[in-house]
Ligand binder design. Sequence first.
Ligand SMILES: Cc1cc2nc3c(=O)[nH]c(=O)nc-3n(C[C@H](O)[C@H](O)[C@H](O)COP(=O)(O)OP(=O)(O)OC[C@H]3O[C@@H](n4cnc5c(N)ncnc54)[C@H](O)[C@@H]3O)c2cc1C
Length: 391
Amino acid sequence: MLVAGAGIGGLTVALALAKKGKQVRVLEQAPVLGEVGAGLQLSANAMKVMRHLDLEKAIKATAFAPQNATIRDYESGEYYLRTPLGEVAQQRYGAPYLHIHRADLHALLVEACVQHGVDIELGQVVRGYRNEGNKATLLLDHGSEKADVIIGADGLRSTIRETMLGVQAPIFTGQIAWRGVVHKDAIKDVSIAHDACVWVGPKRHFVSYYLRGGDLINFVAVEERAEWLEESWSHQGDLQQLRRLFSGWHPEVTGILSACESTFVWALNGRPTLPKWHDGRAVLLGDACHPMLPFMAQGAAMAIEDAYVLANLLVRDPVEAALPRYEELRKPRATEIQRISRENAGLYHMYGGLSGKLKLKGIGLATKLIPAIANVKLDPIYGYDVTSVTL
Ligand SMILES: Cc1cc2nc3c(=O)[nH]c(=O)nc-3n(C[C@H](O)[C@H](O)[C@H](O)COP(=O)(O)OP(=O)(O)OC[C@H]3O[C@@H](n4cnc5c(N)ncnc54)[C@H](O)[C@@H]3O)c2cc1C
């Protein structure tokens, strides 16, 4: 089996297949393996798959377990939402909620893949595929490769998707994300809460959380912009500009930004729901078929869940049966999480001005009086156990 892309989704599906005895090759365009220098929230639903792949212990050893998930006012720091994570999440969802450095998770996946005989080939640019009877051919920059199945885990700009559905530029969502990682000792005069914290304000929000056992602090700062003029999809950001954007915000936010030495900027892009995720012997997974705004921190988690389902179906069923069943099982959930992530933009950016703020205050009051209200939204996401779904 061939996998296009050695991102988190591609490596997870390769590992899940290899652990069941399948021969897998992963073809990655980058000349060296790695991930961006940023953090990732690994919620309980994703951790259930990682447990199944025997990676839970290794992930816990390098991750950070936040105490609460909070939504706070950008100026006053008032809590609009404070839901316990830590032990409470472990009990409630049956797995931990963790923060991990992307490079650490990527390295653990690579190591496990190699141990299980997965062949990862670098500098292999995938251009598309061709179905040929009971085989498919993967088209590369240099040559081609035949396989029983081709898995397109090649992200937002997937060339497997382009072959399947035609070339269509991703849609700019009007949101820009700045990212950075700061050492905790660099932060002066302010202590940073041990929470997964979303600071919300008009037309922008700021996410902060610890990584690597608490040594590092990751941030994602999101601002709304009418247009994204740059050609490149991510690039080094101007720190002074970022600090200006968030000046006057809570001292935890400005403290992190003052200590920050470099930042990268991303345009956040999306795609409408795709008409199909598979074609003959080619199939899509992760951002290649359902990119989402990171406003529920679920993009990688969905790729990880996809990987579990696809691998297990491919091990059990003939390809012709496995691929439609995979799409049937995964599409409704991924589409719903895309929708919830979009909806959070309104909440996090206080759409409606004063009425947006009052809505947040209302949510804060309601969840203080009846904490279970927060669970209505979070339980179906974090409590979901893809490893116990009937395939
Ligand atoms: C600011 C921000 C914060 C986020 N935070 C979270 C979070 O906290 N939790 C969470 O779950 N998700 C989060 N996400 C989403 C998450 O990063 C993505 O959903 C996830 O990385 C998708 O994984 P993937 O493997 O599908 O794609 P990718 O990570 O994009 O990997 C695709 C791989 O394919 C390779 N590739 C691409 N084209 C080709 C080609 N033609 N040939 C060969 N190889 C190719 C790429 O080089 C790459 O290695 C966040 C996203 C952003 C932007």
